[in-house]
Design a protein around this ligand. Structure first.
Ligand SMILES: [Zn+2]
Length: 455
């Protein structure tokens, strides 16, 4: 039974702070203790999904598995992997372990497989809020060099952000909100970006954020404006990216323009937080609220080997998610991180599976390697590489005339893809930025074309 939150503000706040305290400790548990902790949470999550939802009961039955069979993390492999299409094929009520009216709802952008609503239980939301507070005000204070009094800004495309939802949540906390709400609004701001960065520049300049969270595409746009207009007021102490792959040339460019470090986060609306970079920035630490598997042909990959990212959420009681294939490709790090955290470490998240250029079953190219090429010279206009057929790719550059730099980029992409692939150049007169600008896409794989740069 979940308590109504509106009249229990202090209780909720204390739970959030408790989660913040817990998550600051779990990361650095000795490895064996951490695994024991995860094992127990996994057993509970599987038993809960099986007993409370028709969907997961049927799913486990069809896998020939009973909850008692899942004692170790490796036992998860006995359960079939589930995709968004499997979930959407069944009615929502079959997947819910709680009344949706008691839950906090999040919507995915629908980049892969169409939009899907996700429901978080209030206790899971408290965990995420605690993780957020711990992450931003305590952990990140140490990691990123920003302090509890520094101002945070998030630039999104209108999706509810953690900042806004926590702000909304504090407003529902009764008298507590009178204290927390204005303080929060002073220290954290959410702005939404449509197609034109100039529309939000005045607000960013006025707010003077110490820490900015956004997608790499939006931060690139902001960096272009800051550097071309010589804007002095936007001098954050750290940047955090999410929502898209961060390629290294983009990271380097952002760091040069803003003069601060850029960190990468990894989350999905269906799941919540999945991973974050620590001070070493050599990989993404997996959040203690999930178990991540990386699979190739159904088997776990070796460190450094690319595979499909499959996630089990351990804490969302409202809408259990077991062995959910996110549609992303990534790899494990070869060695543990030197920071002392014992959580599993992702070496890289390489982007959506459907954005990989697929020429044959044995010739699949990661969008991240191509994005690094497209973003190496930031003085060039924005560009996009589209795979059109098995042997034709199109380099779309948003410029009126072909420059020497554009010719060089074309030659470089052609040399990279080899003579068996023809790379054609299109100069496009104007760009129209969509929710998530995908610099590399494959029409061959694309089911949903809404998020391309130009329709
Ligand atoms: Zn680390």
């Amino acid at each position: 039974m979940i308590e109504p939150i509106d009249d229990l503000g202090l209780t909720v706040l204390s739970r959030i702070l408790w989660h913040a305290f817990l998550s600051s400790r779990v990361d650095k548990l000795p490895r064996e203790e951490f695994l024991k902790h995860q094992r127990e949470r996994l057993q509970q999550a599987i038993a809960h999904g099986y007993s409370k939802t028709k969907f997961w009961r049927n799913w486990l039955d069809r896998s020939g598995v009973r909850p008692d069979d899942i004692m170790e993390i490796e036992d998860l492999r006995r359960i079939r992997v589930c995709t968004k299409y499997d979930l959407l094929a069944q009615p929502l009520e079959d997947r819910m372990a709680d009344d949706p009216k008691n839950c906090i709802v999040r919507s995915s952008s629908g980049t892969t497989g169409g939009p899907m609503k996700s429901y978080y239980s209030k206790s899971y939301y408290d965990y995420l809020a605690g993780y957020y507070i711990q992450g931003h005000y305590l952990r990140i204070r140490g990691i990123l060099g920003i302090g509890p009094l520094d101002k945070l800004m998030r630039i999104t495309h209108g999706n509810p952000s953690d900042v806004r939802t926590i702000s909304g949540r504090t407003k529902s906390l009764g008298f507590t909100s009178r204290l927390v709400g204005p303080l929060h609004d002073y220290f954290a701001r959410n702005v939404t970006l449509g197609d034109d960065i100039d529309e939000i520049l005045p607000e960013i300049r006025k707010f003077k954020p110490d820490f900015i969270k956004s997608t790499p595409s939006y931060l690139r746009l902001l960096a272009h404006s800051v550097s071309s207009e010589g804007i002095e007021e936007i001098r954050p102490k750290a940047l955090m990216t999410g929502g898209e792959v961060l390629d290294e040339p983009t990271r380097k460019y952002l760091q040069e323009v803003f003069g601060c470090k850029t960190y990468q986060g990894y989350s999905a609306s269906e799941i919540g937080k999945i991973g974050f970079e620590c001070e070493t920035r050599i990989g993404l630490h997996v959040s203690d609220s999930v178990i991540v598997e990386i699979l190739k042909d159904g088997s776990p990959t070796l460190p450094g080997e690319s595979g499909n990212i499959v996630v089990t959420c351990l804490l969302n009681d409202a809408m259990p998610m077991i062995r959910y294939d996110l549609g992303d490709v990534g790899s494990w790090a070869n060695s543990p991180c030197s920071c002392g955290r014992n959580t599993p470490l992702l070496e890289s998240v390489d982007g959506r599976r459907e954005d990989h250029l697929t020429f044959s079953p044995n010739r699949i190219i990661s969008p991240k390697s191509l994005m690094s090429m497209l973003h190496r010279d930031m003085s060039l206009p924005p560009s996009q590489l589209v795979q059109e057929t098995d042997d034709v790719c199109r380099l779309r550059v948003f410029a009126k005339v072909k420059s020497k730099g554009i010719s060089n980029l074309l030659d470089e992409v052609q040399a990279f893809l080899g003579s068996q692939t023809k790379v054609e150049l299109s100069l496009e007169p104007s760009q129209e930025l969509r929710v998530k600008f995908r610099p590399v896409i494959s029409y061959k794989n694309l089911r949903d074309k809404r998020w391309t740069l130009v329709n």
